[in-house]
Design a protein around this ligand. Structure first.
Ligand code: HEC
Ligand code: HEC
Length: 314
């Protein structure tokens, strides 16, 4: 074969190898284009304790960005030092979830920040106070005037926070690299783990670009996890608290499994201290099956390939 023909053959092969795989899970999209001035304001606000009534808590107090975007405690403490009623989910990739919160009661990030800032259990503040404090700060006033025609308003504070949150994607996980066509990056065991994840039906609920975060499901399809755990709370009622419909009792948003190796403890009640335990519970209560130890180990190995990067760090 002459040289150009060889080159062509090589290029064709390389192309097949690097082609994205046709799989039910999808790699993360790129960060949407946004005004960098708004993103920067949002970043500052996210770290600003003046959003809480007594200047003690910023968003970053419960959503630790240098760790996992969440908290390593089962329940974070609110501004008053009292624990909140559900486990803090990560803010990483949250912009890709179809709804926000465990019970999916808000649809947008803008509305989410309204709820948390004014929640008597979390930041305990009100918009007059927040807008006043931000407008009293010269640097913020200038920043907002440059980024928004109407400067510091409640809507613009919500918009800036959301703009920042939309940048909190964690691309580059080994699994995403695999999906993008680098099939050698996973070990054989990790690939088997992914096979098991599909075969057992985890993927029926944890699916799409966020490997979860796109539907509601009952927690405890086979057996009553909450009764078995004991001490039921109002928060355990899940979407029933929103709709009042019996069918929604213990129904929650299926959480994203991206970065799941880093977000212990697990579940809305923080009741599973390890990933192994969370997978056991899923098998028993969501699938009603008892897999071999080997299959569970393989699935956990697969879940550990879902850790992505933010600002170059895992
Ligand atoms: C006191 C700790 C605490 C503080 C402070 C806090 N959060 Fe949260 N955050 C939580 C908890 C707990 C939840 C889950 C609440 C629920 O599901 O009902 C949550 C949920 C979220 C979610 C939804 C994620 C998902 O997948 O459903 C986002 C987004 C979020 N917070 C962003 C923020 C922002 C922005 C701020 C600052 C304005 C903030 N949080 C301040 C504890 C906190
Ligand atoms: C019928 C739907 C369904 C199936 C099937 C399912 N899950 Fe889940 N999964 C959920 C729901 C709902 C939750 C949230 C439960 C809660 O905290 O209230 C969850 C939570 C989790 C969590 C904890 C995530 C976190 O951040 O707290 C892990 C890990 C998990 N699932 C893995 C799996 C694995 C592995 C399988 C297969 C063996 C599986 N799931 C099968 C619906 C499902």
């Amino acid at each position: 074969m002459n040289r150009p023909a060889l080159f062509l053959l090589f290029a064709l092969c390389a192309n097949t190898i690097a082609a994205p795989l046709d799989e039910p899970l999808k790699p993360l999209p790129t960060i949407p284009p946004q005004d960098p001035k708004r993103v920067e304001l949002g970043r500052q606000l996210f770290h600003d304790p003046r959003l809480s009534i007594n200047n003690t808590l910023s968003c970053a107090s419960c959503h630790l960005l240098d760790k996992n975007g969440a908290d390593s405690r089962a329940f974070s403490n609110g501004f008053d030092g009292q624990p909140v009623t559900v486990n803090t989910p990560t803010v990483f990739n949250a912009s890709l979830n179809f709804r926000q919160f465990w019970d999916g009661r808000v649809e947008t990030l803008e509305e989410q920040s309204n709820v948390v800032i004014t929640s008597p259990h979390e930041m305990g503040s009100d918009w007059n106070t927040v807008v006043q404090r931000i407008a009293d700060d010269t640097a913020y006033r200038q920043g907002f005037s440059a980024a928004y025609p109407d400067a510091v308003t409640r809507a613009n504070i919500q918009s800036a926070l959301s703009a920042f949150e939309r940048t909190l994607l964690t691309p580059g996980s080994r699994f995403d690299q695999y999906l993008l066509g680098n099939t050698d990056i996973l070990t054989l065991e990790e690939k088997y783990g992914y096979q098991r994840f599909k075969e057992y039906g985890c993927i029926a609920c944890h699916q799409g670009v966020n490997i979860g975060g796109n539907m509601f499901q009952k927690f405890g399809v086979f057996g009553d996890y909450i009764a078995d755990r004991g001490n039921p709370t109002v928060a355990d009622q899940g979407r029933f608290n929103i709709t009042g419909d019996e069918a929604d009792r213990a129904v929650f948003k299926v959480p994203s499994l991206r970065n799941v190796a880093l977000t212990a403890p697990y579940f809305h009640d923080g009741s599973a201290p390890t990933l192994e335990r969370a997978v056991d519970v899923m098998f028993q209560y969501q699938l009603g099956r008892m897999p071999s130890e080997e299959d569970k180990t393989l699935i956990v190995l697969f879940l550990k390939t879902l850790t992505g990067q933010w600002e170059g760090k895992p």
